[in-house]
Design a protein. Structure first.
Length: 176
């Protein structure tokens, strides 16, 4: 299992292969459907986002409230295909990559290749494990969206699989 630190450099992304298991540490931003719609409104108006987009990794998740003594409650991935209409534009604008659950569209895969980025798969049903890997969690945008707001998370040893690499190889198209 490879250890990686997010955000990744282009050289580090190029070394990843579809199917690689990784333990990610570093910073990610959560964003689900409602947050993506707001992000698009900012981009449409030409306004700066309330968090850095270029190089950042978005985790398609909405954290549950933190129990006493923890940075975050359960924080499992949501279905990535729900972000298919947003991901290509964000990748073209400099997004560093995404984390989610399940397959994404061919258009997203082409945008990953075009921008030399990667899509990571998190395990559905493992929200408690992911929540425990969050060391710090702060709302940085759209607090009115509650769990669908954008949160900045510092993660440590966050288990992931490279689902689509920067060359377009995908674990979802492999045959055994």
């Amino acid at each position: 299992m490879k250890k990686i630190t997010l955000p990744l450099s282009e050289e580090e992304i190029a070394e990843l292969k579809a199917g690689d298991s990784v333990l990610a540490s570093g910073v990610v931003y959560t964003a689900r459907d409602c947050a993506h719609k707001r992000i698009m409104e900012y981009l449409d108006r030409g306004e700066p986002l309330p968090f850095p987009l270029v190089g950042s990794v978005i985790y398609y998740a909405g954290p549950c409230p933190a129990p006493e003594g923890k940075a975050c409650g359960s924080c499992g991935p949501t279905t990535s295909a729900r972000m298919n209409t947003f991901a290509p534009r964000l990748l073209d604008a400099g997004l560093g990559g995404m984390i989610g659950k399940g397959e994404m569209s061919e258009e997203v895969e082409r945008a990953l290749v075009r921008n030399r980025k990667a899509y990571f798969a998190a395990v559905g049903g493992a929200g408690a494990i992911y929540g425990n890997a969050v060391q710090k969690c702060d709302c940085v945008a759209f607090p009115d969206l509650l769990s669908e707001a954008v949160y900045r998370m510092e993660i440590e040893d966050f288990p992931l699989v490279v689902a689509v690499d920067s060359k377009g190889d995908s674990v979802y198209r492999r045959t055994v």
